[in-house]
Unconditional design. Structure first.
Lengths: 183, 256, 359, 79, 359, 256, 79, 183
């Protein structure tokens, strides 16, 4: 099994840490992982993205042109990465602020209204966990138990009290993800 | 019209009393919300505009958050290597003694890696202006400790607070520069309050007038916030600046 | 017992530096490697091992602090990225000339000049041919994973002390910034003066009686003696070339085409091999682990059995010269690579290979 | 004596919602908008515009040169 | 009218700098090239042409003063020797990245480190392959006489401005310190701003209206654009390689063996040819005048007709790599040279040739 | 024995009151006749000998005439790149806080190319000693102008006398260093007269005692001749020093 | 009181004839030799040796550590 | 005609300037010339030497192992350069301070007691000109007229009054040179 994922959005949306939790979860499930961020000044206010690979084998290139799954959380990211999903792959997006929704017919498209759900949960910090839940529903590459372990590993001790809320958010994401287009 | 005039009418009929100077480009600044660099840029350009010398000015951008100053200051500019702006300015000014040459530098740039170029441009009395943004930190690279970082202040390379015993005291480089005969004017200003902005602008004006009069090197230090590096909101960071930076770096003229 | 972590390359390097029992780190912040000093400051290794971590006033300050510490026989480290490494060139030439061991890390970004902060491999020439003045060589290790960012600290110091020669770890923004699994070795104790003397001989300046005193210098005003000194260095370099070449071969047995790539580019090329297989193109990869000494002999041998060799670098073509020198005309050697902070994808490499050798 | 009146125009696309003008305004004219702009910031706007006295404080401290200020000085009553 | 003088290479360079109408010299003393700044100070060129001569606080100061002056469209010069040139590497990379024209002189001494102050050619790699970071090239001229120390100032500026690229004159202590006859060109006037603009275009930062303003920078945070910038540089470099290769051939028609040597070593090899003749050995000499662009094509052609090629350098072997790359395996290529401040005599070169190819 | 004792008898029977310290090697100094470097070397080594810490001392030789100091000072030494001695000393001292670490530097080395390393070692308060030989010129390279060269003074790069307007004033770097809190002791001495030699040695002793007591950085500037660079006889150069150098660089303690 | 007497030994091969000791000596003991030493310098010597009072001035100022000084203090007459 | 000369002695003996005058004289006689000094710290008090080549053709190597003529003015230089005279070439030396005189039999050896003659002239500055005269007697590679022109060129204006004395010294050297060994 190898799952190649790109996660992209605004700097503040928790894109990098979502990738990190995914990577940690992978490790908990004894997978090989790589997490490759975009970095630099564009992160200040601008967009950020991270490539995460989970695999049962040693990972070769951390740099990819095409992905099994693209998770895009704003319009610029959608514009940039819709074309990078492998035919038959998955595009997952948050419709909030999306004016031009995805149009490809050769991939599976899902949406998760994570911003909306997070505001309902009254915690913007759960946003990326809701998205993660949605992804895990579509691609159960790691088991819930290992995700929680990964969460624990990636959060500093003093934030461990937030784990239950995050778990809830992940579950919410699993429940709320919607199919848009299926091939 | 009467006192009951609406804002819309005022905008149509009133006098325009403040707008962006033409010597700033229309590009959106790359700085964090509330960062003092923006005001410092603007008042520097306002001075050049008011003196009518924008087309005779050459600015040197440093390496630091203001590395892209040339995208914003609407004049001829060179981007200098980290710390070397005073040497670059020397190279230009010696060949164009009648042009207005200035550097715009951060505290890492001017007071860490660039100390040598700073001190010796001062010592030679290069007839230039240095605008020195002291925010007590390396903003650009992610908030590392600078030589100007306050004692006990946290930064990404002093995560438990700067240890004066291990790393030294916040350096008062402007005071050191002022000791050199080549420096005709050394002052410390700030731009986080309207009155201070006005004063800082006057200081910058004086600095460029000095250059016009070939008096030597003028340094205008501006104590400024780096709210990102300090990990505070802009408003909070300005308060913190007032309470913590200014006692160590008191405002006012140091020389000239 | 090895410890498993998920870390950035820069952090893994920093943690490995502590665990190696390194005595001192001196550095100056620069993207994309500031995590090294930030991690060290956060970890407070002075509490863990007594290790000194100091932010220098500049890269020049840092390299000469390393010079001082290394001259005192201590394990000293510095790190920077391209422009900062350029500033260290005089100091590096001094270290090589004075035969001082140390480990340096360059997390390369795109140049020239201020350039970009994105990954690049355009400092190969600077590192391998001599960015500083004079006839000298650095031992150069090129990590291709976060694991190697950690492992090469120990390897680097072994080589550095064995040959009394500075070692450069030539990484890049990609390896420095990415996170992978890394197995960390257990903490080594820092060596005492006695252990150092026993292990590496008594050459360090740590205070001695006049009769036993040591001097660290690279100056020899008499040309005859300077030539001798150079000969001694050259003899050492030949020894390193003979003993320390390291490389990795992937899928090379029956390869029709050979990729030569190091560091992040080698990682990318591994995937190109896969893509090639899918297309029925049999590609091998030779990954130099030491850039100096360069695996010239191995590449020369390989040249007997392939139709073409592609040097794949994140640069406009630098290592390709060493590949050509190794091949000495036997088969065509070409270069491919994105640059200026751009990174080629595995597909692009395959396309380039096809275009240059097959179409 | 007639009171000097002022008005401001905020370039909401430039604005980064830093709040500095809000704090600097002596007459509490300015507030931040709940709606974000294209860059995701909550831009300033003259919530209490009538109170503006054209003191320029806001424009002086605005790091992003978002604020243009106009002044209106009514005919002096005595004239 | 040309003027005949007996001068040291360093002095001839300095006088030629004045006569070229250079606008500014910035430098820092170092043996064996301090005569350059001393001569300039003595001659008071500010009285002759208005030229600025300033002793900088360091080599780093000097190169960045050059950067400023060059960015202002002026003819600016600096000079130093090996350790000082190492310090300039960041600045040099900036000049190349910002595409600024200037002329630099390296009067090479033996290294590495503080080394010796005697002549050497061990900075070839640093100069030709890129001592600084990133993918860039310097145009490199190698004078082999005092006359060329003077002439290459004009040639250097022509190339520098034509290609908006820094030019390095790679000399050594021997050429710098020896005296020979030199014919000096008449004084050129310094160019006015208008003349500069007409001749070289309007790119300098000398103060302009916003609509016409100029920016000098080597930064491009967007990798796509940085890659484009690099491609532009590379296209320029290919043009230079096509148009500007310079070399001299001596006794090459029916030579059985070819010496490749530049600068002082080429002078020595000229005598070796004579000595060879006396012994019935037919030796030719190819002297690269431009070290970059390197006369690879010519050497490759020559390789068809000779039995062996000896690269003769005052180093442990650096240019020999470029010779090998040019020859690409056609005939054996060897290196010979004294180093560390020692200078081979014509006899020693002949002995080396015999030993490597004949005996 | 009586007052009529012969010198030969005194040599045999008298008390030895002065001889070369064992912490100086027997090598003949490479300095020009009458050059102040010799005395400065000797008294530095005498202090270490008297403190009994020669075998715990590490000296840093600069680039300058004293580049070969390691041939003469009979202790462990490192040769530093031009100007970088304070950084080298920092590297050593941070690892051996109980050893005696000092730099020995000329004015070109310390106050021109090395200003940055000097200032920041001071600012960090490195617990080291700097012996700073100010002879107002670059001796080693043939008498070029230094930042410390006096106004009007001739050198090979100021052949018509230093022009203060073009090249700046002689820099008083020790005074600048003294402004930094990390510097515990800054003094200016000379060694061209016996009494001054005694005082200079006391100052050096105090500097090393400070290091022992972990007080911070001590700088002992020694105003010295460079008779070759100045193109005078040794005796004449010492007179010239007294008349011309000392008014600009007055002797005495500046701090501590 | 008995006069303190001194004597010096000059290492003539080290000496560079700089004249500094000559000038420093309060009792004009030292002069430079007409004959040069192996390095071509005119070395110092105690021309007027009897006048030496062992004040060490010469050795203190000698940059080349050529001078060794001995002191002789005659038995005090009163003892 | 090509004449390859090494001149060696103590730093203060005027070795470099003698070579310079010879080079200038060569130029006056339309010859190609090269003058290559040893430089560096050994010049401070130590020994100095200069290689001078005069030729009718373009000069190739300024660096030589063997010389037509060696002019040596102290013992270390004699020790170093006696062996560098080509067989049949000339060795000219000043006997002052020479303890081990030259011993080669395959070269022509001459001496000039220039130190002695100079002290008689009461001007140590003429020392090197006396040596030059001696050399010119043995190898009249340049005419007297051109030597005087060369002297004029190489001396700064303010020293031109010393030319007559120098001329006298050269003539003295021509007169006083002595044969020691002739093959
Ligand atoms: C030679 C070199 N060293 C280090 C850097 C990395 N660097 C970029 S900006 C900077 C510090 C900037 O801090 P400061 O001058 O205070 O400016 P600020 O961002 O705070 O305005 C550093 C260390 C560099 N670009 N070049
Ligand atoms: C990087 C570098 N730049 C320049 C030099 C040449 N250099 C050697 S010594 C020296 C100046 C020495 O002057 P100072 O420090 O005053 O010492 P002094 O000889 O007067 O005692 C210079 C410029 C060098 N060796 N290295
Ligand atoms: S990082 Fe700091 S200095 Fe830089 S733009 Fe942000 S607030 Fe301003
Ligand atoms: S001009 Fe003054 S009163 Fe008006 S909004 Fe701005 S700060 Fe407030
Ligand atoms: S100060 Fe400027 S940027 Fe900040 S909120 Fe006000 S208008 Fe917006
Ligand atoms: S050149 Fe000057 S400083 Fe150097 S040894 Fe001679 S007198 Fe001393
Ligand atoms: S010890 Fe004093 S009296 Fe005796 S020779 Fe020396 S200086 Fe003169
Ligand atoms: S001071 Fe020393 S070197 Fe000078 S003359 Fe006297 S003994 Fe000789
Ligand atoms: Mg800052
Ligand atoms: Mg000096």
């Amino acid at each position: 099994m190898t799952e190649e994922i790109i996660i992209a959005g605004f700097g503040g949306q928790g894109v990098l840490s979502m990738g990190k939790i995914l990577a940690y979860s992978g490790i908990m499930q004894d997978k090989e992982v790589s997490w490759m961020p975009s970095y630099g000044p564009e992160m200040r206010g601008g967009t950020a993205n991270v490539t995460v690979i989970l695999s049962d084998e040693r990972i070769s290139s951390p740099v990819l042109r095409d992905f099994d799954t693209a998770i895009v959380l704003n319009q610029p990211s959608l514009d940039k990465f819709e074309k990078s999903v492998k035919p038959g792959g998955i595009l997952l997006y948050d419709p909030n602020g999306i004016i031009h929704p995805p149009t490809r017919k050769d991939i599976n498209i899902y949406k998760i209204d994570a911003a909306f759900e997070a505001s309902k949960m009254k915690s913007s910090k759960t946003f990326n966990m809701i998205v993660l839940g949605a992804f895990l529903k579509l691609k159960p590459v790691v088991e819930m138990e290992n995700v929680l372990k990964g969460l624990k590993k990636s959060l500093p001790e003093r934030h461990h009290h937030m784990i239950p809320m995050n778990e809830e958010a992940i579950k919410l994401g699993i429940a709320k993800v919607e199919e848009v287009h299926k091939i | 019209m009467s006192n009951n005039i609406t804002p819309e009418e005022i905008i149509k009929n009133g006098t325009l009393v403040f707008e962006k100077t033409k010597l700033m480009t229309d590009a959106h600044l790359s700085y964090c919300p509330g960062c003092g660099h923006g005001v410092a840029h603007r008042i520097t350009m306002e001075v050049l505009e008011e003196m009518g010398v924008g087309d005779q000015a050459i600015g040197i951008a440093p390496v630091g958050c203001s590395v892209l100053a040339y995208d914003f200051m609407n004049i001829d500019m060179q981007q200098a290597a980290h710390g070397r702006a005073p040497a670059v300015a020397t190279g230009i000014k010696r060949l164009y003694p009648d042009k207005f040459v200035f550097t715009y530098q951060g505290d890492g740039d001017l007071a860490a890696i660039g100390t040598n170029e700073t001190i010796h441009a001062c010592n030679r009395g290069e007839n230039i202006v240095i605008i020195f943004i002291n925010n007590g930190i390396y903003g650009m690279t992610g908030g590392q400790m600078a030589p100007t970082t306050l004692g006990g202040m946290k930064s990404s390379t002093s995560p438990y607070g700067r240890d004066l015993g291990m790393t030294g005291h916040p350096i008062k480089i402007t005071e050191m520069m002022a000791t050199l005969p080549g420096v005709c004017y050394a002052t410390r200003q700030a731009v986080h309050k309207p009155g201070l902005v006005r004063k800082a602008k006057k200081a910058i004006r004086k600095a460029f007038e000095n250059q016009k009069d070939k008096k030597g090197l003028s340094i205008v230090e501006i104590v400024s916030n780096c709210n990102s590096g300090w990990k505070m909101s802009p408003v909070k960071s300005n308060e913190w600046l007032e309470e913590n930076m200014l006692p160590v770096f008191p405002l006012g003229d140091i020389k000239g | 017992m090895k410890e498993l972590k998920l870390m950035k390359g820069n952090e893994a390097f920093a943690e490995a530096v502590i665990r190696e029992g390194v005595d001192a780190y001196f550095g100056y912040p620069i993207t994309p490697q500031s995590e090294v000093i930030e991690y060290l400051m956060l970890e407070e290794p002075h509490k863990r091992t007594g290790m000194v971590v100091l932010q220098a006033e500049s890269e020049i300050g840092a390299i000469h602090m390393v010079y001082g510490a290394a001259g005192a026989g201590k394990k000293a480290v510095t790190s920077s990225s391209s422009p900062g490494i350029s500033l260290k060139q005089e100091g590096i030439s001094y270290l090589a000339g004075s035969e001082l061991p140390c480990v340096m890390l360059n997390v390369v970004r795109g140049g020239p000049g201020l350039g970009t902060i994105q990954p690049s491999q355009a400092d190969y020439f600077q590192t391998v041919k001599g960015g500083g003045h004079g006839d000298y060589k650095l031992i150069v290790l090129a990590p291709a994973s976060v694991q190697e960012m950690a492992d090469f600290v120990e390897d680097g110091f072994e080589l550095a002390f064995k040959y009394r020669n500075p070692v450069m770890i030539l990484s890049d923004g990609l390896i420095g910034q990415m996170m992978e699994k890394v197995y960390l070795k257990p903490q080594k104790p820092r060596l005492t003066d006695e252990e150092i003397r026993e292990k590496y001989g008594n050459w360090a300046t740590i205070g001695h009686k006049p009769s036993e005193r040591n001097i660290i210098t690279s100056l020899e005003l008499k040309s005859e003696r300077q030539e001798k000194h150079n000969q001694k260095l050259q003899a050492k370099y030949r020894k390193v070339e003979k003993n320390e070449v390291r490389f990795e071969k992937i899928n090379c047995e029956n390869a029709d085409y050979l990729l030569v790539a190091y560091g992040s580019s080698a990682r990318i090329c591994q995937k190109t091999i896969q893509l090639g297989k899918e297309k029925g193109i049999n590609i091998g990869l030779l990954r130099p682990i030491t850039l100096w000494p360069f695996p010239s002999e191995e590449i020369n041998k390989m040249a007997d059995n392939v139709k073409g060799i592609l040097s794949v670098e994140l640069s406009t073509g630098q290592m390709v010269e060493d590949v050509k020198l190794a091949v000495n005309g036997k088969v065509p050697v070409e270069h491919y690579g994105r640059f200026g902070g751009m990174i080629h994808s595995p597909d692009e490499v395959l396309e380039a290979l096809e275009e240059k050798f097959i179409k | 004596m007639a009171k000097i009146r002022g008005a401001i125009v905020v370039d909401t696309e430039r604005c980064k919602g830093c709040d500095l003008c809000v704090v600097a305004c002596p007459t509490n004219v300015i507030a931040l908008n709940k709606e974000v702009n294209g860059k995701g910031y909550n831009p300033a706007f003259p919530k209490n515009h009538e109170a503006c006295i054209a003191c320029m404080n806001c424009s002086l401290v605005c790091p992003d040169m978002c604020i243009t200020v106009y002044r209106y000085k009514p005919q002096k009553e005595s004239v």
